[in-house]
Design a protein around this ligand. Structure first.
Ligand SMILES: [Zn+2]
Length: 345
């Protein structure tokens, strides 16, 4: 562990910035930020918050690193992709080299109705690093219910958008978008493509807002829906107006996404030609035993966190929580039957 003098040297330029100062730095040290989704936006957020010295970072991600991520997901290296490390683990490894004075909690998990409230528990701020509106509504419900500030962000092509949500003080995501905007449901980030500069812009604004919230400088928040297009050279700030009194989430407190039924559920993954199957109850799988069982049926590779099994045109990646990402199909029924055939019910 480094001494305090090293610490103050590390943060000296940030402490010289008067709006943070010594007191703000201490507040950052005592803070906990939760990043949901460690892809492009989440990578940039995690790196910036780690360098800024936010004391505890919880990184939640369901996926593993692939070569197609490296163009924009700045936390990851070629060796992470070659080893197929879970993003939450690869991110924690790199943060350990950037700032060993902070604490990182890796959660290899799909944020859903069953775990979101636990994942954001005791967070001082939650940052959106996801790529879909379903998960954003889930974060919105959980954060409004538990009175946690959160920062929405999205990027596609050269366009990006961000907004800071403070329960009871500002409109929530559902006040602004009662339903997922069509542009966000299709095309998705994967099918439409995305360039890294817009990721940097959106993440930079999200992180600035997080630092303002954590240091208590609320008057400096941008208080808008901010939109950018780095290719068309456009920048826009739209006022948020008032909270909607009939908003199901922040007006009526209905939190519908938290009350989903608890059956096993399957989801087609954002432009990946893959389906994710999650078990109905929390489970833990013996990957070694599963690997020996599957070895006769196809090619098996494993690391400490996941197992990959290839059979014909399909590839199943199985995590310790019995969740599986099944590549080679967009069809939920096909994925379900592969899951029950090779992994179990
Ligand atoms: Zn609302």
């Amino acid at each position: 562990m480094s001494s305090n003098s090293n610490s103050s040297e590390r943060y000296s330029r940030q402490i010289l910035f008067a709006r943070i100062g010594k007191e703000g730095q201490q507040r950052l040290t005592n803070s906990r930020a939760v990043i949901i989704g460690c892809g492009a936006l989440g990578s940039a957020q995690a790196e910036a918050l780690a360098r800024a010295g936010v004391g505890t970072l919880r990184i939640v991600d369901r996926d593993f690193v692939e070569f197609s991520n490296l163009q924009r997901q700045t936390m990851f290296s070629e060796s992470d992709a070659a080893e197929r490390l879970p993003k939450a683990i690869a991110c924690a490894n790199h943060i350990g080299e950037i700032n060993s004075e902070i604490k990182v909690e890796s959660e290899i998990a799909d944020a859903n109705h069953s775990n979101i409230e636990a994942l954001i528990a005791e967070a001082d701020v939650v940052l959106d690093g996801t790529d879909n509106f379903a998960t954003r509504y889930l974060i919105n419900d959980a954060c409004i219910k538990h009175d946690v500030n959160w920062i929405y962000g999205a990027a596609v092509g050269s366009y990006g958008v961000t907004m800071t949500i403070r329960p009871q003080e500002t409109p929530c995501l559902r006040c602004i978008f009662p339903e997922a905007p069509p542009a966000a449901s299709a095309p998705t980030c994967d099918t439409a493509g995305v360039i890294m500069p817009i990721i940097s812009v959106v993440a930079a604004v999200q992180v600035s807002e997080a630092l303002k919230l954590l240091t208590g400088d609320l008057e400096s928040l941008h208080k808008s829906l901010m939109q950018f297009d780095v290719w068309r050279n456009e920048w826009r700030k739209i006022g948020l107006g008032l909270k909607q009194t009939d908003c199901p989430t922040c007006g009526l407190g209905e939190y519908e996404t938290l009350n989903a039924d608890s059956r096993e559920f399957a989801a087609v993954m954002c432009g990946r030609h893959a389906v994710q199957i999650s078990p109905s109850a929390s489970a833990s799988i013996d990957l070694k035993a599963l690997g020996s069982k599957l070895a006769s049926a196809g090619e098996v590779k494993a690391n400490d966190y996941l197992l990959r099994f290839r059979t014909g045109e399909y590839e199943l990646t199985v995590f310790q929580d019995a969740r599986s990402i099944i590549r080679g199909t967009d069809d939920i029924a096909t994925a379900r039957s592969l899951y029950s055939k090779y992994i179990g019910n």
